[in-house]
Each structure stands twice: as structure tokens, then as C-alpha cells.
Ligand binder design. Structure first.
Ligand SMILES: Cc1ncc(COP(=O)(O)O)c(C=O)c1O
Length: 418
């Protein structure tokens, strides 16, 4: 495997940010965020498009605001996320909720104007009981899914997400019973999906939509694969979207119904716009038959994906004072007392170790973990071993940086304890 290189930071910027803000530190690039947002806004569509940022990927209000300013709406996956987006100034009408668990204040959120997708027959029933006659969307499990790993596949019989596609009759009966107008159709088949499966499912959805005659909007979810490592490929949105556009056109010719298209990318918008700057705080070896380990001052408390998915992230050593030429193979470990806290698992196998060729750093050199904009600050083992949450910084287009989340004060770990 060849050495990975920094994507948007420079070594001197890494040193400067680490000195100014300390490590571990999440760093996001505004330029990358904006560029990806523009690409999603150009997704092929014949009758109008709404792009929703799946905020679960990176919910910092500063990121939400950049996307909102560019015209993106929000996909929330819990009532709490809806509240968080509203607290960041996103209008309720721009937030859609597709959740595994119904919020206790569903009625209030519906009255405030959020767009709601029921993800089970029971959710249709409860919505009907809470606000009969309301507009609603339904999320279906189309019977087929695809994810970068089995754990990120959320379609097919092994997934509890959405209403099983063979239960469309029951869904229609419930909608009629409560006089609910089903105006949206929603599906999401997984993260890091195979583009070919994604397209196939999109077209399969249209067959179901035929039976839901009030549907005006088709939301195809997120799941666009992003290459974090140089060897991995990213989805070409223009290519993936072309057959969708054609399918919507044919559907309109056949039925007279011009469906508005929505997509809900999370990963695509933020994954490669974020990095974590960490410090090599120790080095250990397990002898001739073993490994050389870098121990970082970060780990599963900031980046969990390698530990649970065997996900691969670019790792770049940056010398504290100057660039390093020599290389060596190392295993990179996180700072938790947990053997699974590892940043160099074998691909797709969190239990396997795969030493990585890196610049031969020493204690106190920096190690930058890239591709950490999605599902890292948002999805990690917050506060395990009582490590506080790390700070987040945004690098603006002109290269200046600003703090967008403070590091967690240690007292907040115990202040709610009674
Ligand atoms: C309903 C829904 N939409 C969108 C997304 C975003 O997926 P991705 O980050 O793969 O684009 C998710 C991710 O879990 C989701 O559950």
C-alpha cells in the first residue's frame, strides 16, 4: 500500500492548528463542504430537486448553517435531531424526520411544519391518532439493500428500517382509516451503497409509488459511496442520477405525474471535508514476531468507524518540527483501554490488524486521520475512559480557522450525576 497524502491541509497548517487549538482536534474545510454541496445540487432531475443533508453524519450547527445557506434542507433521524436543527435556526418546514423511534412531541413537531415520514405501520397508526387528516410520507423497505458493510445495509429482510414492501396494502388501509394524505415516498437502502443496486432500487420504488396516488415527492435517501482512501472510488452523481431522471420522465409520460425528487446524502457531503489532528503520544513494540504500535491521543472516543466496520481512513504522519522522509510499517492504536480501539484494522474486519506503511514518526509528532467528516464527531464512544469530547475547528475558504465547538470541559462528565 502506498503512503496517503494530506487532502486539503498542509503540514505547516497541521502544526499551526495543533499549536493553536491543541490535539486531538477535528478540522473541517468550508471549501470542501461547499464544493460537495454544489455537486449534490446538480443531481440530475426532470421536475425539481431538494437536497437534504442527513445531519446525523455531522450535526455541528456551523456545518448545518453552511448547507442551509446554500439551499440544502435537513434529514433528521430523531425528534432530538429535529430540535437540534431548529435550535441552529433551520425552519421546521425544511426538516424531514424519518426515525426508528417516534418522538414524544410528534404532534407539536407536525404542527410546527416538519415533514414526517412514517417508517412502520405503527408509526402511520400513531400519526393518524395524533393528527388525523395530516399530510405524511412513508418509508418503505424495498426488499433489497446495499451498504459498504453489512452493518450499514438498511434494506432487505434483515433490516428493521421502513415498511416491508409487501405490506403496501396494509399501509394504504391505515392511511385511509385516518384520512392521512400520503404525499411523499421515502427509501434509503444503506451507507456506501453499490451504485448499481441504488439505481435498481430507485426504479423499483416507482412501481410502488403507482399505488400511492397522492405522492408528489420521491425521496431516494442517501448512501452515495465516497472513497476516503486514494484506492477507493467515489460515486459519480451525474452517472447515478441519469437513469433516475429518465425513469421519472417515463413515469410522468405514463401516469401524468411529475414527481419532485429528493436525495439525502450525509457521507457524500462531509466525509472528506473533515480530518482529525492527533499526536503520537507513545510507541511500543511486541518484538520480532509482533508489531510496532503508535499510540495516539485519540481513538474510538473520536473515530469509531475502524473499530466497528473495519473502515479504512488515510493516516498521515506530520513531523512536529519538520517533514519526515523515512517510512515504516506500524499498527496505529487509539487511547482507550480496549483492544478494539484500533485505526489500522484489516479492511472490513475490525478484529484483524493490518500494519500500515507510514512516515516513521516519533513521540510528539502529529498523525492526521482523514476522511473523518462523517460519522466521527457524531458517532463515537463519547466519554469512554472519561476522555472529553474534542474541539472542532472550521477552516474558511481564505485559510483562516475558527473554533466551532469547544473541547468538553471535564466537569460536564459528572455534573448530571446525583
Ligand atoms: C434515512 C437516511 N437518509 C440518509 C442517510 C445518509 O446516508 P449516507 O451518509 O450514507 O449518505 C441515512 C444514513 O443512515 C439515513 O438513515
Amino acid at each position: 500500500m502506498s503512503l496517503e497524502t494530506l487532502r486539503y491541509l498542509t503540514p505547516s497548517q497541521v502544526r499551526q492548528l495543533a499549536t493553536e487549538y491543541g490535539t486531538p482536534l477535528y478540522v473541517y474545510s468550508e471549501q470542501e463542504l461547499r464544493q460537495r454541496a454544489e455537486e449534490t445540487l446538480a443531481f440530475p432531475n426532470p421536475f425539481g430537486l431538494t437536497v437534504r443533508f442527513a445531519m446525523k453524519a455531522c450535526p455541528n450547527r456551523n456545518v448545518l448553517k453552511i448547507f442551509a445557506e446554500m439551499g440544502l434542507h435537513i434529514d433528521a433521524s430523531s425528534g432530538w435531531e429535529v430540535q437540534r436543527a431548529m435550535a441552529a435556526g433551520i425552519p421546521a418546514q425544511h426538516i424531514s424526520l424519518s426515525a426508528q423511534e417516534l418522538p414524544a412531541n410528534l404532534g407539536e413537531l407536525l404542527d410546527a411544519g416538519i415533514v414526517f415520514n412514517a417508517t412502520s405501520l405503527n408509526q402511520i397508526r400513531v400519526t393518524g391518532e395524533t393528527r388525523p387528516g395530516h399530510e405524511i410520507g412513508v418509508r418503505f423497505n424495498p426488499g433489497l439493500g446495499s451498504g459498504g458493510t453489512n452493518r450499514t445495509n438498511v434494506g432487505g429482510p434483515a433490516s428493521s428500517f421502513g415498511i416491508w414492501h409487501e405490506q403496501a396494502d396494509e399501509a394504504l388501509t391505515l392511511l385511509n382509516q385516518y384520512n392521512l394524505r400520503c404525499v411523499r415516498f421515502h427509501s434509503h437502502i444503506g451507507s456506501g451503497s453499490d451504485p448499481e443496486v441504488w439505481q435498481r432500487v430507485a426504479v423499483m420504488n416507482l412501481d410502488l409509488v403507482r399505488r400511492f396516488t397522492d405522492v408528489k415527492t420521491l425521496d431516494l435517501g442517501g448512501g452515495f459511496k465516497v472513497g476516503r482512501m486514494a484506492s477507493e472510488k467515489s460515486t459519480n452523481l451525474q452517472e447515478v442520477g441519469k437513469p433516475i431522471k429518465e425513469a421519472l420522465q417515463s413515469f410522468a409520460e405514463e401516469t401524468g405525474r411529475e414527481l419532485h425528487l429528493e436525495i439525502e446524502p450525509g457521507t457524500y457531503l462531509v466525509a472528506n471535508a473533515g480530518s482529525v489532528i492527533s499526536r503520537i503520544q507513545d510507541k511500543v513494540s511486541t518484538g520480532k514476531e509482533g508489531y510496532t504500535f503508535f499510540r495516539l491521543n485519540t481513538g474510538m472516543t473520536d473515530i469509531l468507524r475502524p473499530s466497528i466496520y473495519g473502515a479504512q481512513h488515510p493516516l498521515i504522519v506530520v513531523g512536529k518540527e519538520q517533514d519526515i522522509d523515512s517510512t515504516r510499517e506500524v499498527v496505529v492504536a487509539g487511547h482507550c483501554c480496549e483492544s478494539g480501539d484500533i485505526l489500522t484494522p484489516a479492511p472490513g474486519d475490525p478484529e484483524g490488524l493490518l500494519p500500515r506503511l507510514l512516515h516513521a514518526g516519533e513521540i510528539n509528532d502529529y498523525l492526521v486521520i482523514e476522511g473523518t467528516g462523517a460519522y466521527c464527531a457524531a458517532m463515537c464512544t463519547h466519554n469512554y475512559n472519561s476522555f472529553p469530547d474534542s474541539a472542532e475547528v472550521l477552516v474558511a475558504k481564505d485559510g483562516t480557522s475558527r473554533l466551532i465547538r469547544k473541547a468538553q470541559p471535564i466537569e460536564t462528565l459528572w455534573e448530571r450525576e446525583l
